[in-house]
Design a protein around this ligand. Structure first.
Ligand SMILES: NC(=O)c1ccc[n+]([C@@H]2O[C@H](COP(=O)([O-])OP(=O)(O)OC[C@H]3O[C@@H](n4cnc5c(N)ncnc54)[C@H](OP(=O)(O)O)[C@@H]3O)[C@@H](O)[C@H]2O)c1
Length: 289
């Protein structure tokens, strides 16, 4: 592990072990501007061209992994340790298969960070929330039986019916927490965020993608911070027609006047291939000519 600190203007609210603080500097969140929903951060790795996935290359041994950095893996665990809940979109769950084909559980691998979350922060078992409108999720994936995490699904009415009937077919009724927020297959994200804060104790939420989910959160002004790993490689476009290698930002579109800006909170790097930005959402800026 060779994480280097370049700049860090973070709040200093978490009781980091000394060896982590020496490497990372202080870490904390500000008081939330909106107490009705969690403080929401996102974490992505992206290439120099902004793309976040080799998408269609799932059958290759080198897979569609963008990061390939031990420091990035450690920082992901560091962020998971500090948030009450993690959120991923259903397509990420469907796309990201491990060699055994049972998917990942999105748990913390670093043993020291896992113990720090459990014993020092006392945040309990990791909660990994999957967002799906359709409810078309393979409930036999590892995430739904891993002892390291508690998996919840956030969906709307039709997705809930689909998931309940799948669970019934598997003889596992009532074993997965399903929150239904909205009609049909669309989840009302603002209402879902409020529900998580007010009825399920989620004070901080880490959005781990993918780009569609992140873009919707950004559109709904539900992003407070971005953690961005810049991996110094170029992904380029897919050669397969109809396949889009997405940027981290999904389907958003702005003008110079509406484009949201982010303020730099910290910058770390790991030579020679990775830079790690922590950014805080500010919204559109005005300029005087
Ligand atoms: N580089 C990185 O750090 C990173 C991080 C994460 C993912 N990725 C990559 O990104 C790709 C997947 O991203 P993606 O943009 O295609 O998909 P995604 O954001 O992971 O998931 C999209 C899905 O989330 C559900 N969803 C999103 N908003 C919703 C809403 N308002 N109401 C109901 N459901 C909603 C829908 O699920 P249903 O279809 O079930 O209705 C939708 O199809 C993968 O290749 C993955 O490897 C990269």
């Amino acid at each position: 592990m060779d994480l280097q600190l370049c700049y860090n203007a973070s709040e200093d609210t978490f009781p980091l072990p000394r060896y982590i603080k020496e490497r990372y500097g202080p870490f904390g969140f500000p008081a939330p501007a909106d107490a009705h929903r969690p403080y929401i951060s996102s974490n992505f790795v992206m290439g120099l061209d902004g793309r976040a996935s080799f998408r269609e290359l799932t059958d290759r041994t080198d897979g569609n992994v963008v990061s390939r950095s031990r420091e990035d893996r450690w920082l992901m665990d560091f962020l998971r340790a500090h948030h009450d809940g993690q959120l991923i979109g259903a397509s990420t769950l469907r796309d990201e298969q491990n060699p055994e084909g049972r998917g990942w559980d999105y748990g913390i691998d670093d043993e020291e960070l896992r113990r720090y979350r459990q014993d020092t922060l006392r945040f309990g078992r990791q909660k990994v929330l999957v967002l799906s409108g359709s409810g078309n999720i393979d409930l036999t994936l590892r995430i739904f039986s891993s002892p390291r995490v508690e998996a919840w699904i956030i969906t709307a009415r039709e997705g809930q019916e689909n998931l309940r009937s799948q669970l019934k077919g598997l003889g596992r009724e009532g074993t997965i927490k399903i929150l239904s927020v909205g009609e049909g297959t669309r989840v009302d994200l603002v209402a879902a965020a409020q529900l998580l804060r007010q009825e399920h104790g989620i004070r901080t939420l880490l959005c781990e993608g993918g780009p569609t989910l992140y873009g919707e959160f950004l559109k709904n002004q539900l992003i407070d911070e971005d953690f961005r790993t810049m991996s110094l490689q170029v992904l380029g476009e897919s050669t397969k027609p109809g396949i889009d290698r997405p940027t981290a930002y999904g389907q958003v579109s702005y003008t110079p006047g509406t484009a949201p800006w982010f303020r730099l909170i910290s910058l770390h790097y790991a030579l020679p291939y990775h830079a790690f930005f922590r950014l805080r959402y500010e919204g559109p800026r005005t300029f005087q000519d």
